[in-house]
Structures are given as C-alpha cells and as structure tokens.
Design a binder for this molecule. Structure first.
Ligand SMILES: Cc1cc2nc3c(=O)[nH]c(=O)nc-3n(C[C@H](O)[C@H](O)[C@H](O)COP(=O)(O)OP(=O)(O)OC[C@H]3O[C@@H](n4cnc5c(N)ncnc54)[C@H](O)[C@@H]3O)c2cc1C
Length: 392
C-alpha cells in the first residue's frame, strides 16, 4: 500500500480528491501479435504446417465421429479436405459455429473490449493504473505500451455480424475519455489527442443467466465432442496452461502426446545473438530476441547495419523488411497491424511514411504499382473502419 503522498509522487497529476492512497500489484505485458508469431515460428520448427488465410468451412464427419475439416484458401480460391484423428478448434468468439454443426448449443457470449491510444507525452504514465470508472465502477486501465499510452477497455455485447473487424463505438470513446479525464483532470484530453483505437472480441463462455457483461467469468472451457476438441475463453496470460489442457483432451484420440509441462521454459532459448543486435544494448537485445526467437539472425541480415526507428514508434524499419520478407505477409494490413503494430502508433495509420513503406513492399513482396495502390486503399479503408475513432 502507498499512502497518498507516495501515490501522487509516482503518478503525478492524479486526481487527489478523496484519494487515500494506492495499492500495487504485478502483472505481465506483451505484444499479443508477436507472441502469436513466436508460438507459430516454434511450432513450425517442431514440424507443424501453418496455413495462412485458410478458413475451415465445415467439419468432415463419418458415423458421427469428426475426422477432419474442409478448408478454403482465401488467396488462391482453392478448397480441399484435411483428414485428422482429432480436430482442435481454437476459434475464439467463432467457436460456436463448428460445434453447431454437431448440434451443440451456443455457449459463447462475444464481448467487445475497445481501447484508445494516446501519445505518451499526452498521458505521461510510467506505470499501469487500474481505476474504478466513475460511471459504473468497472476497472479501466491506463498503461504505457510500446512507447504510447493506452486507455481501455470497455466490455459490451458485440453483434455476431461484426465479429471479424470489431471497432470502437462513439459511446465507448466518450466513456473512456470520461474515465481518463476523471483520473487526470488537468490533462483535459479530447478526441483530437487520440492517435488510434482498437477493439477485440473476448470469447466469453456465457453463464446463460443474462449477467452484466463484466460479471461473466473469464475462465477457459474445453469441450470434447467426438473428435472435435474446442477451446474457448480464458486469458492470454495462461495460454500455455490452456494449451496443456487441450493436449490432455486431444490425447484421448492420439494416445501419444504428453500433456504435461515438465517445468520447461515456454520458448526455446536464443543462445547467441548477432553482434549488431548485441550492440543495441540489453533492452533491445532482450526485446528483439523475445519477439523473433532464432529469427533475430534473419532480422539482423535485413537491417544491414541500419537500425533506424520508424519515427514516433519503438519499431525498427528493419522489422518491416524482415516481416515482409519472412513472415507470410499477404496484405498490407498484415504488415502494419499484425506483424508490426506501427499502424496503431502513427497518425492516419502511417500515412506520413507512405513512400518508404511502399518501397519496402515493392522490394520484398514484388508488388506492382497497381497492387500497391489496391493494398493501400484496402488498408486505409480498414484503418478508418476499425482503428480510427468514429467522427462525432
Ligand atoms: C479486449 C480484450 C482484452 C483482453 N485483455 C486481456 C488481458 O488483459 N490479459 C489476458 O491475459 N488476456 C486478455 N484478453 C484475452 C486474450 O486476448 C484471449 O485470451 C486470446 O485472444 C484468445 O486467443 P484464441 O487464440 O483462443 O482466440 P482468438 O484470439 O479470438 O483467435 C481465434 C482465431 O480463430 C480464427 N478463426 C475463427 N474461425 C475460423 C475458421 N472457421 N477457420 C479459420 N480460422 C478461424 C479467427 O480469425 C481468429 O484469428 C483480452 C481479450 C480482449 C478481446
């Protein structure tokens, strides 16, 4: 516990009205997209086949037992069947769809959480703050992330039709601004301070009791339906434990998988770093080896000694080159929103760096001028829809 004076020292500008003090707790911070990429990279090294832009259209069943999936490739337009002894569906908020084919009742309540991103100088917060929102008492966080300050989240039912590209609504913008202005009244933040927004849909396993969204449990659930193992709900923090539970369920069909942890580290250790990465110092070495694992060597080759940052971000230009060259980028939004996150950190999604980004894409992805124009238009449209803030 910190008394009021210490809390105000750590969190200058905090609303001191009625403040008794603050309590401190520890949690983890990650870049969720890089975490997923690292898991995929290591899975691939261990023999997994990874298919990008492929959609599971339906299950293959024989005598009531699931024996594979029908898949369509959204890039080539091809469709094919994949047979398997067990199918694991980790389809988040969409999990009911495949289970529905087996006549199972709906379990998922998709709840949207939206965030606002501000430049860090506008909300200079060195620590994460969890506050009770003045309107409803929900916990809302203000936290430093990737050199920016993020305010979030909300917790609202999300229509099924809007699952694929969720976006923040006007009321959520006002709710989050109200919360952060209550916390830091002197900052007088407004929509013009917001750089971008993002929203995600939590796959909450519904109690079915019509609870207030924030009262629904966040635990994960696993259902085993005759060869279809579905996992949904849960937290990113516990992804490894969830995966081990899935392996235990899948073992029923495979009989050869060890679903125990044995205390092993989550990721393979990167034993040696390239000299040019080491020279960046301890902070960047740790960050880049965490993001890229053994691929940090390829990253270093892509940099060719140029470790300049995209201005206004913690991202090296070399990371864009590496992702375009090595990380299955199909569309521009893959590169700017899901391999790197610079689309979130730069005004207008990075419009000021249009020419340099175009140069990287044309060089690494062999895009023609027409292809670039199509990709840029697609990206701008997506950014306006799901990553900007709605116009009042
Ligand atoms: C707003 C918000 C805040 C959160 N905050 C935290 C937090 O603070 N701490 C924490 O630990 N966790 C947090 N989480 C939870 C965390 O993000 C989730 O636990 C995690 O994303 C679940 O991962 P998943 O892979 O199960 O599902 P998802 O990330 O939803 O991924 C499911 C994937 O399946 C794909 N898919 C669906 N149907 C098909 C199909 N038919 N064929 C092919 N692909 C398909 C989708 O495109 C999607 O990419 C938060 C989530 C949200 C939305």
């Amino acid at each position: 516990f910190q008394n009021k004076q210490d809390a105000l020292y750590d969190l200058p500008g905090l609303n001191s009205e009625g403040l008794l003090g603050a309590t401190r707790f520890a949690d983890a911070l990650t870049d969720d997209a890089r975490l997923v990429m690292r898991v995929l990279q290591e899975a691939q090294s261990d023999g997994a086949n990874i298919l990008n832009y492929c959609q599971v259209d339906s299950l293959i069943t024989q005598a009531g037992k699931v024996g594979g999936v029908n898949v369509s490739d959204k890039v080539s337009g091809e469709s094919y069947a994949i047979n398997a002894r067990v199918v694991v569906s980790a389809t988040g908020a969409w999990a009911d769809k495949l289970r529905g084919e087996l006549g199972k009742e709906k379990k998922i309540r998709p709840l949207r959480g939206s965030h606002l991103i501000f430049p860090s100088w506008r909300i200079p917060s060195a620590q994460t703050i969890s506050m009770s929102h003045p309107e409803d008492g929900r916990s809302v966080f203000v936290y430093p992330w990737e050199g920016m300050t993020v305010v979030g989240t909300t917790d609202l039912d999300n229509p099924e039709a809007d699952l694929s590209e969720p976006y923040i609504r006007k009321e959520e913008v006002q709710y989050l601004l109200h919360g952060v202005n209550h916390l830091y009244p002197g900052l007088k933040l407004s929509t013009s301070d917001v750089i971008s927004s993002f929203a995600g849909v939590r796959p909450i396993v519904s109690s079915g009791g019509g609870l207030n969204p924030s009262s629904e449990k966040r635990d994960h659930s696993i259902w085993d339906d005759n060869g279809l193992v579905t996992v949904s709900g849960g937290k990113l923090t516990t992804f490894r434990l969830i995966a081990l539970d899935v392996l235990t369920a899948a073992n029923h069909y495979l009989k050869q998988i060890d679903g125990r942890d044995h205390g092993r580290p989550i990721f393979n250790q990167v034993k040696e770093l390239p000299g040019s990465v080491k020279n960046l110092g301890a902070y960047w070495s740790r960050r880049l080896s965490g993001f890229y694992g053994k691929d940090v060597w390829h990253l270093s080759e892509c940099a060719q000694g140029d470790w300049s940052l995209v201005p206004g971000s913690n991202t090296f230009w070399a990371q864009l080159v590496f992702s375009a060259r090595c990380e299955n980028v199909v569309h521009l939004d893959d590169l700017l929103l899901r391999r790197t996150r610079i689309g979130l950190f730069l005004r207008g999604g990075g419009i000021a760096y249009h020419d340099r980004i175009k140069g990287i894409c044309q060089q690494e992805l062999n895009w023609s001028d027409t292809q670039w124009q199509d990709e840029w238009s697609r990206y701008q449209e997506l950014w306006k829809h799901s990553y900007s803030i709605p116009t009042p």
